[in-house]
Design a binder for this molecule. Structure first.
Ligand code: MIG
Length: 633
């Protein structure tokens, strides 16, 4: 629906305020909006869709990195809506008025899609048909990944890998954070740290390890640096009102932002990944692409001028707070997003008008290039910022969470909402990015995220080490990650079926069951067709209540080869789950394949799969498998 045709059945439209509103019944549940704070049911808060570099995922935040404006209202009627606008838009879901949804648009020029279907699952699949086929990563990307900001040289990476080897803990990838680059310049290598990068990539691949380098959105301003020089020469960078290239500071220092909305710029930037692909790299993560801005040159100048006025004066309480604000609001300052422009097909567009498409188009640049450079082989790609439709080119990770129990729960709740929007290859930083992780938190996180397609342990600089060997005893870690590998045939099969059929991998219980209890379940999920999970997410908990919407078979794993089974009746149960255990629930008429533990994904032996079944035999499970690297869509 566009601005000319103002009618949206069931909604009141206020053209002056540019809002749409509708009532919600007492029991209505709202699902979706992708990566946001708070629970599975989005009621009771207001969410601003504006891609933001927000390292504090507190409950009171309104925006995180993604902009995924698709939601389903499950009321008397069940309907999906996609608010297609590249500008900021606010979804007030029972915040201003407890029984109302109010959508506040920035611009009236919005396409609103009403998505119908006979139930929530069908609405999701209709939405996904509309937005395109889901990105499919290589199969190795379902293995365990070890990351840290940063493993700074070859030897540090070697050390990580050899520790995993010695301990016999399976692993498929090690991530390279910004320090692998020469002074944070995209598509360069710090040659002191990695003297022969291609040789090192090969050395790692020979051990079954894929190195996954980060790519940042900002390009360093530096004479002699080819990416910078080509960009300047061809007018490939975002410009200010006066036509000069915007200077914003990010990790490389003063930087320019490639104008990813422009086809020619995307083609150019995308080809740059070839440098790393040629060195044998087959996976990337795109960061800082909201875009994150530490400061712009112009705003910094204004700040210094403003501070000048405070100098020598007696700061009363008001001017003190004003002073603090002037300095404290420098990074990701909202005014800075209005200081630069895109060239979209010859039309000059101010950035804030298209803000939510920036990270999407950076990832699209890579995706389009990969199709050309690597037409046969899939390349791993996931991004921090996103918009609806980016799921065709890559997955997402949920950014800078913290080593907090509340963020463990948040990471469970974000997954189904991301899946609704097509972001199937997704995951959080397991163990938490910021703050210090503990052994029990890491174990519980590896267990709760056991099925996350992206299964990566990542941590920030200056935090306690959280590689799996950092806490002393490693046997429990080894068993849990071993179990992950035993489950990869199931994870991959269910992921691929969801990807190819516009389905979801993780689903809220209410997408499958009709009894009212499930509408309030915020800490259990369905994973694929066969199982339900009910992770432990509380500190020091040795068990929890689980609601079974039907009879199920509980399987208690201590490892892939040490487990027991027990049938439980529909209803509530208190289930003990020791720190080294994973409990899952198999649905009636379904089966779960368990492979022998392997040292990496390519070694999984499908001929030795065992089955755990409940009221059926193994033949009732339709297993999807393929070579794991050929392109499919
Ligand atoms: O300003 O590259 O979310 O995963 O380790 C921080 C350093 C920049 C933010 C990413 C994080 C990454 C970090 N980056």
């Amino acid at each position: 629906m566009t601005s000319e045709k103002k009618d949206l059945p069931g909604w009141l439209i206020d053209s002056k305020l540019n809002t749409f509103s509708r009532k919600m019944g007492k029991k209505a549940v709202v699902y979706g909006l992708g990566e946001t704070v708070r629970g599975i049911n989005k009621r009771g808060w207001t969410y601003t869709s504006f891609c933001s570099d927000e390292p504090n995922h507190f409950e009171d935040k309104r925006s995180l990195y993604g902009a995924q404006n698709f939601f389903i209202i499950d009321d008397e009627d069940t309907v999906g809506y996609f608010w297609d606008t590249p500008e900021s838009v606010e979804f007030d879901i029972g915040f201003s008025k407890i029984d109302e949804i109010i959508v506040r648009q920035t611009s009236p020029d919005v396409d609103i899609y009403v998505i119908e279907g006979k139930n929530k699952k069908e609405i999701v699949s209709e939405f996904r048909k509309l937005t395109g086929a889901c990105y499919i990563p290589p199969k190795w990307a379902f293995g365990y990944g070890q990351s840290r900001w940063s493993y700074i040289n070859e030897d540090e990476v070697r050390e990580v890998v050899s520790k995993y080897e010695e301990l016999g803990i399976p692993i498929d990838s090690v991530y390279l954070d910004i320090d692998y680059m020469e002074r944070f310049k995209d598509f360069t290598i710090n040659e002191e740290a990695f003297p022969d990068f291609a040789k090192f990539v090969k050395e790692m691949l020979d051990k079954g390890i894929h190195l996954v380098p980060i790519i940042d959105a900002g390009v360093k301003v530096e004479d002699g640096y080819s990416v910078y020089e080509e960009g300047v020469k061809n007018n490939y960078f975002c410009k200010k009102e006066d036509g000069t290239d915007l200077v914003a500071a990010v990790w490389p220092g003063k930087s320019h932002f490639p104008d990813f909305l422009n086809d020619e710029v995307r083609a150019w930037f995308g080809q740059k990944y070839k440098l790393l692909l040629d060195a044998g790299i087959d996976g990337f993560w795109n960061d800082m692409n909201e875009p994150a801005i530490f400061y712009t040159e112009d705003h910094l100048r204004e700040v210094f001028d403003e501070i000048e006025e405070f100098k020598g004066k007696n700061l009363d309480i008001h001017s003190f707070f004003k002073f603090k604000e002037v300095v404290g609001d420098i990074d990701n300052n909202s005014e800075d997003f209005k200081r630069f422009y895109h060239n979209y097909d010859g039309v000059k567009i101010r950035h804030d008008k298209v803000h939510n498409l920036f990270g999407f188009n950076m990832t699209k640049a890579a995706g389009e290039a990969f199709e050309k450079i690597s037409p046969d082989k899939r390349i791993l790609m996931f991004s921090r910022a996103s918009y609806i439709g980016m799921h065709r080119y890559g997955g997402v990770w949920t950014g800078d969470n913290k080593s907090w129990w509340s963020h463990l729960l948040l990471s469970i709740q974000q997954m189904p909402a991301l899946n609704m929007c097509g972001f199937l290859y997704s995951g959080c930083d397991i163990g938490g990015f910021g703050a210090d992780c503990t052994e029990d938190l890491l174990l519980r996180w590896l267990e709760s995220g056991l099925f996350n397609p992206l299964y990566r342990n990542h941590a920030a600089d200056y935090t306690r080490r959280q590689e799996l060997y950092s806490f002393g005893e490693t046997v429990d870690f080894k068993n849990i990650v071993g179990l992950r590998y035993a489950l990869i045939p199931y994870i991959y099969s269910e992921f691929m079926k969801a990807a190819l059929n516009n389905g979801m991998f993780y689903m809220p219980l209410a997408f499958e069951y009709k009894d009212e209890r499930v509408n309030e379940i915020e800490d259990q999920l369905l994973v694929g067709e066969s199982i339900m999970i009910a992770p432990i997410y509380k500190q020091n908990a040795s068990g929890r209540y689980v609601y079974l919407p039907e009879d199920m078979k509980m399987v208690r794993f201590r490892s892939a080869f040490d487990y027991d089974e027990e049938v439980l009746q529909k209803g509530d149960h208190y289930v003990d789950v020791a720190l080294n255990e994973v409990v899952i629930f198999i649905r009636p008429g379904h089966a779960l394949p368990i492979a022998p533990v392997s040292k990496n994904v390519s070694d999984i032996d499908y001929s030795k799969i065992e089955w755990i079944t409940y009221r059926c035999d193994a033949s009732s499970y339709e297993m999807y498998n393929d070579d794991g690297y050929s392109r499919i869509n």
